[in-house]
Design a protein around this ligand. Sequence first.
Ligand SMILES: O=P([O-])(O)O[C@H]1O[C@H](COP(=O)(O)O)[C@@H](O)[C@H](O)[C@H]1O
Ligand SMILES: [Mg+2]
Length: 570
Amino acid sequence: MSYKEIYEQWLNADLTPDLHEELLAMDEKTKEDAFYTYLEFGTAGQRGLLGAGTNRMNIYTVRLTTEGLARLMDSKGDAKKRGVAIAYDSRHFSKEFAMETATILADHGIPSYVYDSLRPTPALSFTIRELKTLTGVMITASHNPAPYNGYKVYGEDGGQMPPEDAAALTEYIRQIDDIFSITLGDTDKYIAEGMITIIGEDIDAKYLKNIETVTINHELINEYGRDLNIVYTPLHGTGEMLGRRALATAGFEKIAVVEEQAIPDPDFSTVKSPNPESQAAFAMSEELGRKVGADMLVATDPDADRIGVEVRLPDGSYQPLTGNQIGAVLAKYILEAHKTAGTLPANAAMAKSIVSTELVSHIAESYNVEMFNVLTGFKFIGEKIHAWETTGDHTYMFGFEESFGYLIKPFVRDKDAIQAMLLICEVAAYYRSLGKTLYDGIQDIYAEYGYFVEKTLSVTLEGSTGKEQIAEIMGKFRDNAPEKFDGLEILLTEDFKELTATSHSGKVEKLSTPPSDVLKYHLEDGSWIAVRPSGTEPKIKFYMAAVADTEEQAQSKIEHFEKEIKTFIA
Ligand SMILES: O=P([O-])(O)O[C@H]1O[C@H](COP(=O)(O)O)[C@@H](O)[C@H](O)[C@H]1O
Ligand SMILES: [Mg+2]
């Protein structure tokens, strides 16, 4: 069916009045974008603009996905016994979508456990493991701007669904002919009957108990963390309650919270975008930081799985750390602490995404720890942890992504900003004990391992036209890539869609990851460039990583890479 026909179907359906009105007001371009496709499972579940349409997040598309999920679960024997854990963030319709999800599952005789109010994504991952449910659903669009929402789906290990399971789910969804045929039972009745159980405090307490195992050196925190001056912002999202409690329990007492941003707000009124990746999200934290003389600022994104950090420099300004830098100081601290304590297992291993810094691979190597590289998406790190746990081959030490995602302890199987917040504060306390800041710590790491400087360039290209433009750019790189970057020879080109690794001499080897639309160019000096469409936002991302003997040289390479990429895609 064409998008126009599907639009007509929706127009004639008995829609909620607001969605119906939205349909009437649509121009042709909006119609096409809203109906040309169905929401897909990307890097982190389904994510899309709120509104009317098959390519939008609304009660009908949420019902459709849940109906598919229920049918998938029906096909697995013990679904009815084990059920589903459900949580949601502070966004528009998040709670409604969560309750719709629970109700449709109940229609299938599948019990669910739904949080009484907003909770972080890592808390949901923990809950799946704690309650031993078969599946989990998190309603969130993470750090995307306010007009978005999303649906993250989890497996029984607490990790986000890997591609094969997402494909199976998509198959079940496709078998549903009529999106409007999915009717719902009575939510209140299901609650009264115990098909839907409302959960809260009990599980929070268990999560917080586990959180106590994240910090390593309690004496150090007592001595140097207690009056470490920290500003924290949950950016109007879910991090506030558990984040504040976790910090206090760990012994960090000098915490100033940006109170305006502690209020859950679906419009994220005080920030343009609630993304700790961008310095703009730190504006209010910086202001409060200057007022209270904060040593560091930490921000968690709305579903509290990402963390951003800024450090006060001697001139009083705040320096944002990149996601890679945060990963590097955390990794170094964890390995050094275990080595000193004599608790570093012989089969210790770490995991990171292929677009994250190689600096951490060098750090791992220096401790004899194996580093595993996976595709973008924390689900692939979750998958590794699960495999290692099953085979006993490796002991998980740390996992991270350059996109500000970290997991320290595997009682959660997705990135966990609350864990990361505690440990980064401990690391700051450690450097404080040496009379240094976290930023100095990063400089020390560079001095030891070499200068690794990375930058991500994201180009937003929205709608169906944007999607085509992104495909064109990927095609251009694939068919006709530049021969060199900043005069540096490409030694190896990895194409994760074709699953080929082609060397300079033309020798081709097979890659063993699942297929994914990513190209990575390895340059002669160890620098690299990668390009891929985002799986969560309408963007194409260029990852540039330079290696050099000084930070200035690395920066200069990055500038050249960026200029050349911009010219190439112009
Ligand atoms: O948005 P979040 O915090 O759920 O994070 C999600 O998106 C990030 C960016 O993905 P992409 O580059 O495809 O947009 C991924 O690195 C991450 O694993 C995923 O969970
Ligand atoms: Mg997030």
